[in-house]
Ligand binder design. Structure first.
Ligand code: ZN
Length: 581
């Protein structure tokens, strides 16, 4: 059994010393470091943080041939004549190297004097022929630190993983943090926070998390979680947001500033629900393209709209289904999703299917132009989930029933699903979805949102803008200058010749120093959109441009109850809001 030792005992070095011991092998073999971690569809080239790789057999160093950026062939020891000898029998092979742990996200590694966090896909080399071998993991930690690892412990010390996949699906947190235990349907759960001890500050926290976990089990039609035990790791930092799902654990990143807002606690509970539901949807009920996972390259997954969109839709209902929060908050949250969707021009260019397939190069690589050329499969996936849920309800079914059926027929069996499997499952209770769903996935037109919302007595209401439309957004740059953060494609600012990064100096010969001053110049008043004379600086050259503003556009949309709607709508809405059939 390969043994992996991770040494975090000098945390201020921000280096993790790794040692992998293997039984002797016959002939050369390959080593490689994953290029990405499941759940986060971006080639991260983790190998950029790897240094001092050395492979020895006993005390003899073995020769390494680098085949690719993250792949080596281990040859034998150097022979007298300069050639390599195949690894000798008998003595253990040890692979040693260090990983720089300086990147604080849920899918990278971070080590300092306060804590250690390791995403093991970024840390542990794959050894050819050992993917399906059991592994033993041990940690060396500074005095006073506790390890938090979602793996069963080994009688020999440390932890046991069934294979390489389970090993690198296990995030490691360590530090002097307190840990809180609770149970969900008799299954042991642990909660650990780095940053502040959230359960100590919020005495209802663990009970509410447990209620949300139970609501997730009910949604999938199970009496208990799929994991034999479950670990929540929360990194509570000043700002930031993120989550990464694992089979038996999750890592969450959340901002204290966000938590302090009125909706902050509810949004964190939704993140908890989202990642916990991934225990089934995307981890155990998994796209065929990720069964098994190829860690070395990007696998195109056309069904990410299902894995993330459906999960993003239901995560907003799960706290309410757990008895926490009310219908009004749900309408606010869904309304803000629908508003973001309707205000994203990129939805006219990229279909939901393309968004899923292009995750690796678009969603995870956002820039100032992303709003123009893409639509998130989380966001449009959630909008489609709403439409699907309401369409299924017209046919006497609902989204939960389809999820449960897919879990029972495919997930439980460990069978990966294809797009066709999903379409069939939706078309089971509603046969017209066999043509409608592919259309909605491939089209850049909006699905008929308003039509379905009317079933619930709901309508989308536009909030009118107070200014003419400029098609630009400003920010205060690090040097204090006013710069263009976004310029909408084909919008007035772009047509005037403005670009992202331009510094805005003056409008109509008046010096501009705050973002709000732009509003003063664009405020509605005159009967026709005015032309503004702009003075800008681009790459140290000053120039003048004329910006012809356009008629106002809604600045946001909200989801409201239609006072004209009948009592049957209100009854349907109640069941829908509580995730009831
Ligand atoms: Zn997710």
């Amino acid at each position: 059994m390969p043994e992996v030792q991770l040494d975090l005992s000098v945390p201020c070095s921000q280096l993790v010393e790794v040692r992998i011991s293997l039984a002797p092998r016959q002939g050369p073999f390959l080593l490689s470091l994953p290029a990405w971690t499941p759940g986060s569809y971006l080639i991260r080239d983790y190998v950029r943080h790897l240094e001092r790789l050395q492979v020895c057999q006993g005390s003899r160093p073995l020769l390494l041939e680098r085949l690719a950026a993250a792949q080596w062939r281990v040859l034998g020891a150097r022979a007298e004549d300069g050639s390599s000898e195949v690894p000798a029998q008998g003595e253990l092979i040890t692979i040693g190297y260090a990983i720089q742990a300086t990147e604080l996200t849920v899918r990278t590694c971070h080590l300092n004097s306060a804590h250690g966090f390791l995403a093991l896909a970024a840390v542990i080399l794959q050894v050819e022929g050992e993917r399906w071998s059991p592994y033993r993991l041990t940690l060396r930690l500074p005095a006073g630190w506790q390890p938090f690892v979602p793996l069963p412990t080994s009688p020999a010390g440390g932890w046991l993983a069934r294979d390489y996949d389970q090993l690198i699906d296990s995030p490691v947190e360590a530090g002097p943090h307190p840990c809180h235990d609770f149970t969900v349907a008799g299954v042991m759960h642990r909660w650990v926070t780095w940053g502040d001890d959230l359960p100590a500050q919020d005495e209802r926290w663990l009970a509410d998390v447990a209620a949300v976990c139970l609501a997730c089990c009910r949604l999938i039609g199970e009496p208990a979680p799929a994991a034999a035990s479950y670990l929540f790791i929360l990194h509570l930092t000043d700002q930031g947001y993120g989550g990464l799902e694992h089979h038996d654990s999750t890592v969450l990143l959340y901002g204290r500033q966000a938590l302090a807002r009125p909706e902050g606690r509810r949004k964190l509970l939704q993140l908890v629900a989202h990642e916990y539901l991934h225990q089934w949807n995307v981890r155990r009920l998994r796209p065929a393209q990720l069964t098994p996972i190829d860690y070395d390259r990007a696998s195109i997954v056309p069904t990410l709209w299902f894995a993330e969109g459906i999960t993003s839709y239901v995560d907003q209902f799960l706290p309410l289904a757990a008895g926490l929060g009310g219908e009004q908050e749900l309408l606010e949250d869904l309304g803000s999703d629908l508003s973001r969707y309707l205000l994203t021009p990129g939805r006219r260019l990229q279909s939901l299917l393309q968004s899923s397939e292009e995750a690796w190069v678009k969603l995870y690589r956002q820039d100032a132009h992303s709003g123009d050329n893409q639509i998130s499969y989380y966001l449009k996936g959630a909008v489609l989930a709403l439409v699907l849920d309401l369409h299924l309800r017209r046919h006497g079914s609902w989204l939960g029933a389809v999820l449960q059926q897919l879990w029972q027929s495919l997930g439980r069996q460990g069978r990966g699903y294809s797009q066709q499997d999903l379409i069939q499952a939706f078309a089971g209770p509603a046969p017209d979805l066999s043509t409608l769903l592919p259309l909605w996935l491939e089209s850049t037109d909006d699905p008929p949102i308003a039509l379905y919302l009317a079933d619930l007595g709901l309508r989308l209401v536009a909030e009118p803008a107070e200014t003419w439309f400029s098609g630009l957004q400003l920010e205060i740059a690090a040097g204090g200058q006013l710069r263009l953060r976004q310029v909408e494609r084909h919008g007035p600012a772009q047509q005037a010749g403005l670009e992202v990064g331009d510094e805005l100096l003056a409008i109509d010969r008046q010096r501009l120093t705050t973002v709000e001053q732009l509003t003063a110049h664009t405020r509605l008043g005159a009967p026709e959109p005015p032309v503004l004379q702009l003075l800008i600086a681009r790459r140290q050259r000053v120039q003048e441009l004329n910006l012809l503003l356009a008629p106002p556009r809604p600045q946001r949309w909200s989801l409201q109850i239609d006072p004209e709607a009948g009592a049957d709508c209100a009854l349907r809405r109640q069941r829908w809001a509580r995730l009831q059939p």
